[in-house]
Design a protein around this ligand. Structure first.
Ligand SMILES: Nc1ncnc2c1ncn2[C@@H]1O[C@H](COP(=O)(O)OP(=O)(O)OP(=O)(O)O)[C@@H](O)[C@H]1O
Length: 251
């Protein structure tokens, strides 16, 4: 393994601000996520988590600096690089009027899978995520938890090596949260690097072995849960979070 590709994600000296000059400001941001990690990005509303995800996946382009995924620079290599990663966005990315099976067929083809591969993955994912019984119903009739599971299935249809997830458990019940976290742990055990954001601090414990606290476009603390709490003499992640980011509302 070369030095360059030991990282799933490498963000180098990234400078970014929105055109309107509003919102968050990244000044020379650096972030390296080793392969195989379960990396969680936690921070208050407006900290810039979604913006950073968008920069890491090439949806937004920085004014300067660069991002590499598994040693390959983005953007620039188009589809070749895109197949390496999957993205589960915060907003639903599927077609509401289609069934989950039709959505997966569409996104499977879009990711370059053959018809047979798409069919196999569709059956497998609908089974794993508890959607097999509703495979032929329109997604618009689904509960919030079922829609979250469809959103996740779409992001992993092509078995990406790096999976970005922006609040994949927002608004779901305990059962769906449990199913999603367990499935993510399984993917990670099979070799997928996870890069994930959430407001659910308990998920840091359940899922992440590498945590970054993010605020105002800056990483203000990084480490595993225990070392973060030891370093900052806190007994809970919530305490650490409030200690480092303050108690004022951000939105
Ligand atoms: N397209 C845009 N144009 C201008 N400003 C934006 C744009 N998108 C986001 N912002 C601003 O940038 C800041 C960071 O937003 P972002 O969505 O990245 O934060 P976040 O940490 O993901 O927040 P949340 O936890 O609420 O999802 C906010 O102040 C937001 O208003």
């Amino acid at each position: 393994m070369g030095v360059a590709d030991q990282y799933a994600v490498e963000v180098n000296n990234l400078n970014f601000r929105y055109q309107e000059n509003s919102g968050v400001n990244f000044n020379g941001l650096n972030l390296k996520i080793p392969k195989g990690e379960r990396f969680g990005l936690f921070g208050p509303n407006g900290a810039g988590k979604t913006t950073l995800m968008s920069l890491m996946t090439g949806l937004l382009t920085a004014q300067s600096g660069d991002v590499s995924l598994l040693g390959q620079s983005i953007p620039g290599k188009g589809k070749q690089v895109n197949k390496l990663f999957g993205f589960v966005p915060q907003d639903f990315s599927f077609y509401q009027e289609l069934t989950p099976a039709e959505n997966l067929e569409f996104f499977g083809a879009w990711s370059g899978l053959s018809k047979i591969q798409t069919r196999q993955r569709t059956d497998e994912l609908l089974q794993i995520l508890g959607l097999a019984d509703v495979r032929n119903k329109q997604v618009q009739q689904f509960s919030g938890g079922m829609k979250r599971r469809v959103n996740l299935a779409i992001g992993v249809i092509h078995q990406p090596k790096v999976l970005f997830l922006d609040e994949p458990t927002v608004g779901v019940d305990v059962q769906t949260r449990h199913a999603i976290i367990n499935y993510l742990l399984q993917l990670n055990a099979e070799g997928t690097t996870l890069v994930y954001t959430s407001h659910q601090l308990s998920e840091a414990e359940d899922l992440c072995n590498d945590i970054a606290l993010f605020d105002q476009g800056t990483i203000i603390a990084r480490g595993d849960l225990q070392s973060l709490m030891n370093d900052h003499q806190q007994e809970s992640l919530e305490g650490l979070f409030l200690n480092l980011t303050g108690k004022n509302f951000r939105d």
